[in-house]
Design a protein around this ligand. Structure first.
Ligand SMILES: [Zn+2]
Length: 169
């Protein structure tokens, strides 16, 4: 039976889509996550999330403008995959033009496995350098997190769990 999440995975190769269909249709998704990631992450508040994100930023994007804020936020439209957002503003500040970077992470990710949260953070950080989802964007993601592609797939699977309201940790 087709499931309503087909569009999350429509750009993946057919063999991957078939595996995803199996997991979802046979109700194996929760078991998959529980086996692979028995414990959740400890970045439960904005301060810890900021420190984690800023450490990655300092390591891989040292020359990018300062990271101002990282927050968990309720995202309205998860269906459009708006799991994270990044904003970049230029502000007049005491006669100087200051660049300001902010990242928002969907609230649901408080309950995600740590590697999946990291993948989303890496994604939003990579947007500091590349606006589009092009080859150099994904190269940068993979530079910060070598398992990025697998984790992005799992992030989409995690989103399905959330939509199904399957309890996790
Ligand atoms: Zn993006």
């Amino acid at each position: 039976m087709p499931h309503p999440y087909t569009h999350y995975f429509s750009h993946y190769p057919e063999n991957i889509q078939a595996q995803v269909d199996m997991l979802i249709s046979n109700n194996k998704l929760l078991t998959f996550f529980k086996n692979k990631y028995p414990v959740g992450h400890s970045l439960k508040n904005d301060k810890l999330l900021f420190e984690f994100t800023n450490e990655l930023k300092q390591r891989y994007l040292k020359n990018a403008p300062k990271l101002q804020q990282v927050q968990y936020k309720k995202q309205k439209d998860l269906v459009k995959n708006a799991l994270g957002t990044h904003t970049f503003k230029r502000q007049q500040h005491g006669g100087k033009l200051k660049a300001k970077h902010e990242i928002a992470i969907a609230d649901q990710l408080r309950l995600a496995p740590q590697p999946i949260l990291k993948a989303l953070v890496v994604h939003e950080l990579a947007h500091f350098k590349e606006k589009e989802h092009n080859k150099s964007f994904y190269n940068l993601c993979c530079h910060m997190e070598p398992e990025y592609h697998q984790l992005e797939l799992e992030l989409r699977l995690f989103l399905v769990l959330q939509q199904e309201q399957l309890s996790f940790y």
